[in-house]
Write a protein that binds this ligand. Structure first.
Ligand code: 13P
Length: 142
């Protein structure tokens, strides 16, 4: 089952996601890949066989673009290697992206250990089954 997958990393975590993507390129290459600008470019340089659709750089709106994809049901998995030790100028966008991921039951891996669990899971190849039950938000316009 082909999935839409995003690859994103903060600057200090970029070497980690580049290596991780290279290690898992055989699996990742079976799916539709998206990346925030800088992360996507660096992964593609290191693993040219990974066809990554580039979005804006994170601080220029890339996180927001991914959030919009999640709202529209167009993203299945978000691999987002975050840096918990460095303040980010677009912190509000990062929080918004992670909030929408939670809201819409998007699979999210924010570190290497979880990324390994997700990509090695038998569910990785299965159709996505988790959707959000919006009935508790019935007073909202969906
Ligand atoms: O800042 C990011 C995610 O919050 C990532 O953006 P870049 O991939 O453009 O560095």
């Amino acid at each position: 089952m082909v999935k839409n997958i995003a690859l994103v990393a903060h600057d200090k975590k970029k070497p980690e996601i580049i290596e991780w993507a290279k290690k898992h390129q055989a699996k990742l290459s079976q799916h539709n890949l998206f990346g925030t600008g800088t992360t996507g470019k660096l992964i593609k340089n290191a693993s040219p066989e990974l066809n990554i659709t580039p979005l804006k750089s994170g601080p220029l709106g890339g996180d927001q673009q991914l959030g919009a994809m999640i709202c529209e049901g167009k993203l299945d998995i978000l691999f987002f290697f975050t840096d918990p030790m460095t303040p980010q100028p677009h912190d509000v966008d990062i929080k918004a992206l992670l909030r929408l991921s939670t809201m819409y039951n998007c699979v999210v891996a924010c570190n290497l250990a979880t990324a390994d669990f997700v990509i090695e899971s038998p569910l990785f190849e299965e159709p996505q089954v988790h959707t959000t039950d919006f009935s508790e938000y019935a007073d909202r316009s969906i």
